[in-house]
Write a protein that binds this ligand. Structure first.
Ligand SMILES: NC(=O)c1ccc[n+]([C@@H]2O[C@H](COP(=O)([O-])OP(=O)(O)OC[C@H]3O[C@@H](n4cnc5c(N)ncnc54)[C@H](O)[C@@H]3O)[C@@H](O)[C@H]2O)c1
Length: 358
């Protein structure tokens, strides 16, 4: 395949922030069609990109002959139907997280794409953070010894502003759980394998956001056992007042094992803190340059804000997997596994009990 022709469905925030610059960075790919249900948003994206083909109906876009692959960046409710339509039309799919409204829907998407021999990818963007890639390498290399604890904390301040579709269960499924904690659920799977049981607490503090009723969690937490024997404590909030939004806010991850500890902190994309038994405490270590970009990515880590630009490697991975006819990392199966945990977390929180996972 000489040139990969892409369509994007959903031209809102994440498309402008991640997908468009990601595609622009990668050679051998061209945007051929855009879709957004909102005509004004579609027009703005067409003007910005110069892509002439646009539709407010995703069905028209995913069947086009000049489209090889589809990027889905709509509210969560629409991910499954759009992905299934694209797969039925023989298109590879990169879908935003959470890829579906529940595990069963996500599993069906992964099975359909596998049966059709198509590439499928979940946009778990934080897997592309250079320091987190090095952290994953260290864990796989046995740095921790026997893993004891996974601990993460994502603290943002979104205040009580209107979150649009994100605060409606019908459109989003879950609140902070799917929005932010899903990334860390995926990363815990990558590092430690599957969870065996969990106890979760989800809580809503702000029921009215600028006159728009909200019925979803602003804060989410999970206490978990992993099959590896490790334990996990995962927390995420939209209401950590004064901590700022997005990548400037607190993002903390720590692992402790019998032979060592590793800590990742927001803002330190090229550093980790490492600890060894009997040492003086944690030491800051610069990560090797080979981890600064995804293998083969043309991205120059010296260009732009590295806390933003690492995200563009995601588009590179999707396109490379299509070219090389291999599985994407992370795939729909990773997205489905995270949803299995999210489904269990909702049951656990609603029923105030531990839930066992298959
Ligand atoms: N990977 C990440 O780090 C990351 C970051 C932010 C958002 N996201 C995910 O990306 C998705 C979109 O989030 P966003 O912040 O861009 O939201 P957004 O509201 O800014 O954009 C969504 C767009 O989808 C359009 N849309 C709604 N229904 C549609 C339909 N049926 N067909 C076509 N277009 C439709 C809307 O008009 C809007 O322009 C969500 O699933 C979200 O969880 C992921």
């Amino acid at each position: 395949m000489s040139e990969i022709r892409l369509a994007i469905v959903g031209c809102g925030g994440i498309t402008l922030q991640n997908h468009l610059p990601g595609i622009a960075m990668c050679g051998g790919a061209r945007l051929t069609a855009l879709c957004d249900a909102n005509a004004q948003t579609l027009e703005r994206a067409q003007t910005q990109t110069g892509v002439g083909v646009g539709s407010t109906d995703f069905q028209e876009v995913v069947v086009r002959e000049d489209v090889d692959a589809v990027i889905i960046a709509t509210p969560n409710l629409f991910h499954g139907p759009i992905a299934q339509a694209a797969i039925a039309a023989g298109k590879h799919v990169l879908c935003e997280k959470p890829i579906a409204m529940n595990y069963q829907e996500a599993k069906a998407m992964a099975e359909a794409a596998d049966q059709a021999g198509l590439r499928h990818m979940t946009a778990f963007t934080y897997r592309f953070v250079p320091a987190m890639r090095y952290l994953s390498h260290l864990v796989q290399d046995g740095f921790l010894g026997d893993p004891y604890h996974f601990r993460c904390c994502r603290l943002q301040d979104w205040g009580n502003r209107d979150l649009g579709w994100r605060q409606e269960a019908r459109l989003a499924g879950t609140g902070e759980l799917g929005d932010m904690l899903s990334h860390r659920i995926d990363f815990s799977h990558l590092l430690l394998g599957p969870m065996t049981r969990l106890c979760a607490h989800l809580k809503q503090f702000v029921a009215d956001r600028e006159g728009h009723a909200s019925n979803l969690d602003d804060w989410s937490s999970i206490l978990a056992d992993f099959k590896s024997g490790a334990t996990g404590v995962l927390e995420s909030s939209k209401l950590a007042t004064g901590r700022n939004e997005s990548w400037k806010s607190q993002d903390y991850l720590e692992l402790n094992g019998s032979q060592g500890s590793v800590v990742f902190l927001t803002g330190h994309w090229d550093e980790l803190q490492l600890g060894k038994p009997g040492g003086d405490g944690l030491e800051t270590v610069k990560i090797p340059k080979e981890f600064w970009t995804w293998p083969g990515s043309p991205r120059d880590p010296q260009q732009g804000d590295p806390l933003v630009t690492f995200r563009y490697d995601q588009a590179f991975e999707f396109l490379e997997a299509i070219r090389q006819q291999r599985d994407c990392t992370p795939s729909f199966w990773d997205g489905a596994r995270a949803l299995q945990v999210m489904d269990a977390a909702v049951v656990s929180s609603n029923e105030a009990r531990w839930v066992h996972l298959d």
